[in-house]
Design a protein around this ligand. Structure first.
Ligand code: FES
Length: 192
């Protein structure tokens, strides 16, 4: 049994032609897989590797390195809040705190009780002039305020909310993806 649909696999197979280094296609490919399945299962990663003719260990290494990729179930609606310099200077930390309080979670990746929401902190989204900025359901939300966050959450909780994956505008050039923050590496203990 496969976890990815044939049309997503086809999209993934076409990705390497868009990059000078075909291996660079691994991140958008994992993004597509995660979008379809909800998170990256071992099976989905194996299928991505096969579709790109890459070593499965390499694909898994990329998936486990970046916080943008999830190996466990995550919220249907995910806040990717930019906490890079410009956004931080314009209140990104307060936005993160507000998101956490509003959806009732304590840390990145934690699922809200209703299973609807989770959040991540990410690197620059390429829209610094609109800081603070985040991505939610593939849409860029700019000039964020607590009131905007509350309105976005209410929209998604209401039955009339916009679909999660509506093709909405992004300030990034076509094909460019969010730069995720690498997961922190364990610190080496000092000997002696
Ligand atoms: S620093 Fe946040 S979009 Fe650039």
């Amino acid at each position: 049994m496969t976890s990815l649909s044939e049309h997503v696999l086809e999209e993934i197979r076409e990705l390497p032609a868009r990059y000078p280094q075909p291996r660079s296609a691994v991140m958008p490919a994992l993004d597509l897989a995660q979008e379809e399945v909800g998170y990256l299962t071992a099976e989905a990663m194996t299928e991505v590797a096969a579709a790109l003719n890459l070593d499965p260990g390499y694909v898994e290494g990329v998936a486990t390195f970046y916080t943008l990729f999830h190996l466990q179930p995550i919220g249907k609606h995910r806040f990717y809040v930019c906490t890079n310099l410009t956004c931080t200077l314009r209140g990104a930390n307060e936005i993160v705190e507000h998101v956490k309080g509003a959806i009732g979670v304590h840390e990145p990746g934690e699922l809200s009780k209703d299973g609807f929401f989770s959040y991540e902190e990410v690197e620059c989204l390429g829209a610094c002039e609109y800081a603070p900025v985040m991505r939610l359901d593939h849409r860029y939300e700019k000039d964020l305020t607590p009131e905007k966050i509350d309105a976005l959450i209410s929209e998604r909780r209401s039955p009339a909310a916009a679909p999660a994956h509506a093709p909405l505008p992004s300030p990034l050039p076509e094909g460019e993806r969010v730069k995720p923050k690498p997961k922190p590496r364990p610190r080496k203990r000092k000997s002696g």
